[in-house]
Design a protein around this ligand. Structure first.
Ligand SMILES: NC(=O)c1ccc[n+]([C@@H]2O[C@H](COP(=O)([O-])OP(=O)(O)OC[C@H]3O[C@@H](n4cnc5c(N)ncnc54)[C@H](O)[C@@H]3O)[C@@H](O)[C@H]2O)c1
Length: 257
């Protein structure tokens, strides 16, 4: 029970394939009290149903996680109704479909800004708002989700790789800003998983095939495995770890030729 008595906000649950769902499962099994934020008012019933297995959990609409006002209103409500929290998981990203299909060189100004805004700035924003509202307990841990395409060229990952590079750099700067308050900031770099977001990447299945063939463990990761690594980072077991990108990818990132 690594997270017994801890309140954790999980941003970015969409369906039972979401990495956020795997994280919720692991955190719940480890004793956490869960607070979810989701996108799309019309999804309320679906999300409520989805998280009903996590007894006592609550859901809050945060329609656009890169809009300052949306995040502020959502977090204010969360604090009012739940008090301070012990962790935040940010599992949010988006890029325009054409930018995950065309050559990277074709990325438009708008598409570039959109990917970085939703996938990286939203993380800085959530962290800042939580800090400004004084809603983080000492020892709190903040975790985001990233991918190997930030540092290496992965075909069709394109502008999302740029956004993840910005996200990973943000992790380091935020870790430095918040360390003196006893708050840690890290990222889990998950191996590829077939989620709704991943389906937007052209030829995504071929990436999964390469992992099965080349990763040291010769298989792909599951959302529950990524969830367990995230639980570790949320827990006091990882007290000495901050500003890190922790790979949960069956070792694929260590491979050269
Ligand atoms: N699936 C993979 O292969 C993989 C690998 C490594 C990292 N990741 C990362 O994991 C995270 C979760 O993605 P996932 O694969 O579980 O897909 P997903 O589609 O289940 O989750 C993405 C979430 O982002 C939310 N979102 C998108 N735009 C938003 C906005 N403007 N405001 C608020 N929420 C918004 C969606 O509603 C959804 O809940 C993402 O950061 C993704 O880049 C995914």
């Amino acid at each position: 029970m690594l997270l017994k008595g801890k309140k954790i906000i999980i941003m970015g649950i969409r369906n039972k394939w979401s990495i956020a769902f795997g994280i919720a499962k692991s955190a719940y099994e480890n004793g956490a009290e869960l607070i979810f934020t989701y996108k799309g008012e019309e999804c309320k019933d679906k999300i409520e149903q989805l998280v009903s297995e996590f007894k006592g959990s609550k859901i809050y609409l945060c329609d656009n996680a890169s809009e300052d006002e949306d995040v502020k209103q959502t977090f204010e409500k969360i604090k009012q109704e739940n008090g301070k929290v012990d962790g935040i998981v940010h599992a949010i990203a988006h890029a325009n479909t054409e930018d995950l299909h065309n050559d990277f060189i074709m990325t438009s100004k708008e598409g570039y800004a959109h990917a970085v805004d939703v996938s990286s700035y939203s993380f800085v924003l959530a962290t800042r708002v939580a800090k400004e509202l004084d809603m983080l307990n000492e020892g709190a841990s903040i975790v985001t989700l990233t991918y190997y395409g930030s540092t290496k060229v992965v075909e069709n990952y394109n502008v999302m790789g740029v956004a993840k590079a910005a996200l990973e750099t943000s992790v380091r700067y935020l870790a430095d800003n918040l360390g003196k308050d006893g708050i840690r900031v890290n990222a889990v770099s998950a191996g590829p998983i077939k989620t709704l977001s991943a389906k937007g990447i052209k030829d995504f299945n071929s990436i999964l095939d390469v992992i099965e063939e080349k990763a040291p463990m010769r298989k792909n990761v599951t959302i529950t495995q990524v969830g367990d690594v995230t639980t570790f980072l949320l827990s006091s077991m990882s007290e000495a770890i901050t500003g890190q990108i922790l790979y949960a990818d069956n070792g694929y990132n260590i491979m050269g030729v």
